[in-house]
Design a protein around this ligand. Structure first.
Ligand code: SAH
Length: 220
C-alpha cells in the first residue's frame, strides 16, 4: 500500500515515520510513504501556494492549481507501479470523523493521497472536485493536516496484513482491557507523605486463565 502525502512542511514527517512499527513496515515493503512538497507543484517564481479569501476575512487559503497539479502527477506514480484502487483524501474540520471502521475500509485501497491543509483552509473546489472524501480526526481545530495525516497513516497501516508483529495486537473497535506488568507491588515513600502501595489485581497472578479471561471481559 502506498501513501502519498501533500504538505508545505514535508520534514514534519521525518521522525515519526522512521521509528518503530511504521519504520519496519516500510523496510519490509508492506507500506510506502512518499511525502511531497506542495511548493514543488507551483509554476510562479515565488512558489505561491496560498492567497487571500474571496469575500474577505482573516487568513490565507490554499490555491486549487498546485493541489490539482500535484494530485494528477501523484496518481501517475500509481499507474507506473500498476496500482489499481486509489482514494484522494482532504483533511478538514468539516469531514467525516476517523474511526477504526473507516481505517479498516481505507486499508483496502492500493494508494491513498492525503492533502494536508494549513492556514484558513483549502479552496473549496479541492473538496468538491479533487478529493473523494473529507476526513476530520476529531472535534477540535489543529494548525494543519500533518498530524491528521500521521494519525491516519498509522491507524490504516495497522490493518494491513503483516504490519503488526506477533507481539503487537490490533484491538480494533472494541477497546482493550487494563494491563499490568512487574513489579507486583509498587511502593513509594516520600518524607512527610503517606506512603504509596499500588498492587496488581490478585486474579492476574493466580494462573487461573478462566478467571483472568472473565476479569478482562468485565473490564473491556
Ligand atoms: N478555519 C478552519 C481551520 C483550518 S485549520 C476551520 O475552522 O475549519 C487548517 C487545516 O488544518 C485544515 O484545512 C485541515 O486540513 C487541518 N485540520 C485542522 N484541524 C483538523 C482536524 N480536526 N481534522 C482534520 N484536519 C484538520
Amino acid at each position: 500500500m502506498r501513501f502519498d502525502i501533500l504538505t508545505i512542511f514535508p520534514s514534519i514527517f521525518d521522525s515519526y515515520f522512521n521509528e518503530s512499527i511504521l519504520k519496519r513496515a516500510q523496510k519490509r515493503r508492506l507500506v510506502k510513504i512518499a511525502v511531497h512538497n506542495l511548493r514543488d507543484f507551483t509554476t510562479d517564481k515565488h512558489h505561491k501556494v496560498d492567497d487571500s479569501p474571496y469575500g474577505g476575512g482573516p487568513g490565507m487559503v490554499f490555491k486549487v492549481e498546485p493541489i490539482y497539479r500535484a494530485v494528477e502527477r501523484i496518481k501517475k506514480y500509481e499507474v507506473r507501479s500498476k496500482h489499481k484502487k486509489n482514494r484522494v483524501i482532504l483533511f478538514s474540520t468539516r469531514g467525516k470523523k476517523l474511526d477504526a471502521k473507516m481505517a479498516k475500509r481505507l486499508s483496502k485501497y492500493d494508494q491513498l493521497i492525503l492533502i494536508c491543509g494549513r492556514y484558513e483552509g483549502v479552496d473549496e473546489r479541492v473538496a468538491k472536485y479533487i478529493a473523494d472524501e473529507e476526513i476530520s480526526i476529531g472535534d477540535y481545530v489543529l494548525s494543519g493536516g500533518e498530524l491528521p495525516a500521521m494519525v491516519l497513516v498509522e491507524a490504516v497501516s495497522r490493518h494491513i496484513p503483516g504490519v503488526l508483529g506477533k507481539r503487537e495486537s490490533l484491538e480494533e473497535i472494541k477497546g482493550s482491557y487494563p494491563v499490568y506488568t512487574r513489579p507486583e507491588i509498587f511502593k513509594s515513600k516520600v518524607k512527610n507523605q503517606k506512603s504509596k502501595i499500588w498492587k496488581v489485581p490478585k486474579v492476574l497472578l493466580s494462573g487461573n486463565h478462566k478467571e483472568i479471561q472473565k476479569w478482562r471481559e468485565l473490564r473491556e
